[in-house]
Design a protein around this ligand. Structure first.
Ligand code: FES
Ligand code: FES
Length: 163
């Protein structure tokens, strides 16, 4: 199996390692970088739990190879909060609306919403809900996540709690 030197920036820090060509970005981030906020569930592109941002776009890290992300700027859920610890609006919305239980799906959902906001500024509820349709959550019945999406679209995050 051929080995390749791969280097990328993850949450502002350099990550470089030699890895097999077949290594997924998700495995690379977890095993070489210790970014265990990248959750691997189905590992075939269905559940969305492994979603990270690559050069500002939401990507399923189980479907992208680490070698394909060589030179990229990668962000995981660990990199979303501000350096002083203040939560990203998406994290705040999820918190205020009780949008998680076990938390397995959460990093992926959060990164999908955050990528949409980075691209669009103020995505509307329909766009957020459509993006969410690519995520499987075994716990919440989706209601809290939908409420979080609604709050983000309405710009009411951080105004005194959930709906
Ligand atoms: S682990 Fe990547 S989509 Fe499920
Ligand atoms: S909170 Fe458990 S899978 Fe979504």
């Amino acid at each position: 199996m051929s080995e390749h030197k791969v280097e990328m920036t993850v949450n502002g820090a350099r990550l470089a390692a030699t890895t097999e060509a077949r290594t997924s970005l998700g495995d690379f981030l977890r095993n070489e970088g210790g970014w265990t906020g990248v959750h691997l569930g189905c590992e075939h592109g269905v559940c969305g739990a492994c979603t990270v941002m690559v050069d500002g776009r939401a990507v399923r890290s189980c479907l992208m190879l680490a070698v394909q992300a060589d030179g990229a700027e990668v962000k995981t859920a660990e990199g979303l909060a501000a350096p002083d610890g203040s939560l990203h609006p998406v994290q705040q919305a999820m918190r205020e609306n009780h949008a998680l239980q076990c938390g397995f799906c959460t990093p992926g959902v959060v990164m999908t919403f955050a990528a949409l906001m980075e691209r669009d500024g103020t995505p509307d509820e329909a766009e957020l809900l459509e993006a969410m349709s690519g995520h499987t959550c075994r716990c919440t019945g989706y209601q809290g996540i939908r409420k979080a999406a609604r709050a983000l679209a309405a710009g009411t995050v951080g105004q005194g709690g959930g709906q």
